[in-house]
Design a protein around this ligand. Structure first.
Ligand code: CA
Length: 220
């Protein structure tokens, strides 16, 4: 018994998956294909995807945002959890990564739910705001270049409705954020955003130590 968050041994992590993971075969296939990709560490963990699907379902979300698509696992897991008229507005800059994503979205029959914008996410989010889509999204997932995390958070916060949720990935950054000797740009940016979120009275929050750390921020 423990009243603090456990560190997971490999054995305990395997156990967690064995008694809780319900991954659709199309997601498993995408995860296995992405595992052979040189940037495979950019894919979210399957138990994290399952948590995001549960949150989207629980919220009755219909309109969601994704900043950082990579090979499409997170957009797919969310799209599968959305109702038939649900929509994922997805932002990425890579034709190559998202070509894999599109193939799986087609196979899964959810391609029509996912609107992919191949452009810098800051520009796409600014355009959504300029079009009057502020306060209309239910859920946002931020998992892209860490140097722009603060800007993605600010724009997403504007785009989601009151009571909407932003999930921010990699907030524990393999533990580097807790080591004051590590001062590279990405670690510093994540650390600064974590500290800002802690104080930000526009949201309520929970930092969930799942996968590489996911902060859930609910807009007041
Ligand atoms: Ca990530």
């Amino acid at each position: 018994m423990s009243n603090r968050t456990l560190g997971l041994s490999d054995r305990l992590y395997d156990y967690l998956l064995s008694v809780s993971l319900r991954e659709a075969p199309i997601l498993t296939a995408l995860r296995h294909e992405t595992a052979t990709h040189p940037m495979n560490q950019m894919q979210i963990a399957p138990e994290q995807g399952q948590l995001m699907a549960l949150l989207v379902q629980l919220m009755g979300a219909k309109k969601t945002l994704e900043v950082g698509v990579f090979t499409g696992y997170s957009a797919l897991v969310v799209a599968l959890a959305l109702p038939p008229d649900g929509k994922v507005v997805a932002c990425d800059v890579s034709e190559d990564y998202t070509a894999i994503a599109r193939r799986y979205w087609e196979q899964a029959g959810v391609a029509d739910k996912i609107e992919l914008h191949l452009a810098p996410a800051i520009d796409t989010l600014a355009a959504l705001i300029a079009e009057g889509q502020s306060n209309t999204f239910d859920f946002a997932f931020i998992d892209a270049d860490k140097s722009n995390y603060d800007q993605y958070y600010e724009q997403s916060l504007q785009l989601i409705r009151s009571g909407g949720l932003i999930a921010i990935d990699n907030v524990l950054w393999s533990g580097d954020v807790a080591d004051p000797a590590i001062l590279d740009t990405r670690t510093t940016k994540i650390r600064a955003l974590n500290e800002k979120l802690h104080r930000d009275d526009r949201i309520t929050l929970s930092l969930v130590p799942i996968a590489d750390g996911v902060t859930l921020a609910c807009k007041k």
